[in-house]
Design a protein around this ligand. Sequence first.
Ligand code: NDP
Length: 399
Amino acid sequence: MGKALVIGAGGVASVAIHKMVQNSDVFEEICIASRTKAKCDALKEKLDGGKTKITTAQVDANNVDELITLIKQVKPDIVVNLALPYQDLAIMDACLATKTHYLDTANYEPEDTAKFEYSWQWAYRERFEEAGITGLLGSGFDPGVTSVFTAYALKHHFDEIEYIDILDCNAGDHGYPFATNFNPEINIREVSANGRYWENGNWVETKPMEIKRVYDFPEIGEKDMYLLYHEELESLAKNVPGLKRIRFFMTFGQSYLTHLKVLENVGMTSIEPIEFEGKQIVPLQFLKAVLPDPASLGPRTKGKTNIGCIFRGKKDGKEKTYYLYNVCDHEECYREVGSQAVSYTTGVPAMIGAMMVLNGYWKKPGVWNLEELDPDPFMDALNKWGLPWKESFDPELVD
Ligand code: NDP
């Protein structure tokens, strides 16, 4: 059916590419391009030999001209951006210049300020419409599946959704005192920022990790979780009519939090460059270099993730509560694709989003957050491609 150019060859890209190769009727050809070509070649070597034709290339995705040259040479139907959030705008510019569909899993962040917002990418909407190309923003799990869950709840279960709590639990144990499950730099920027939630039309800001709750997660049990700002709060607050409050909680163990506090206190999580032995270095980037590579956690991680949304609102004039979630097992993911569940739960929806564009269900000129599109074909694909969802009509609520 089509050809994808995947940019990035890290943890998430590896899962998405495994899944594309499993889905070779849709993904007839893939080009894997990244900063370090050896990582692309290693993936090709592992996955070559099936129906999907795989090629590789080297690219600096911060360089729009290089990207345009590559896209013109590969001629993909869609560019699947699984590099880092810093590259989003350059890749969107190259897609515009070549009239090629675009997908990513995380919103643009300037490298020098930890500022999470969609404004930069939403500004491309008209230009994508005029060029007749589709841009899917945030086709991972959160954002991504959580956005599709919301559209599904609204379409099938509610006349109006008033409250949403997104709960992201990772009960995996990798045996290290401290490691992050995806890119450490992106992860630490996210969790060390102030918390924020949206209530009655306003943002309410909290200190990092200020709001804590204990939740009894299905198939996992009780875990401490903390309120964080997460990018889908911005688009869902805008796209869900009548919403009164939306919050996001993520689980963290005590060891992770203690290490993070110490690293913060000694200045290792700072993104301000410092002079070190005659060279400018960013402490957080140095920290990334000494922490375990998230890709190396796969074989050591045991336990499950549970990510989902609790909705409260009205149906036919009556109060209704609905919980949609997915449970994923780290060891099963590793057996299937050689990665742990955090990469898996992001890489599978990236493949599905690209498929939705290639098969035409979501081929719609413009730039979209996933809750703006028909959730049904995506929900079916989640069940088919390894992230089956479960529902409960009487869940424990978060106070
Ligand atoms: P990794 O660090 O494992 O991989 C990133 C890849 O991008 C690496 O291969 C890296 O190359 C490549 N890259 C970085 N800079 C450039 C550049 N300038 N040009 C070309 N390639 C580049 O990250 P993950 O796979 O863990 O994460 C990928 C994305 O997924 C991130 O944006 C992350 O925020 C997002 N994510 C989204 C989630 C969701 O649920 N929505 C959850 C988890 C992650 P090199 O090998 O040379 O370093």
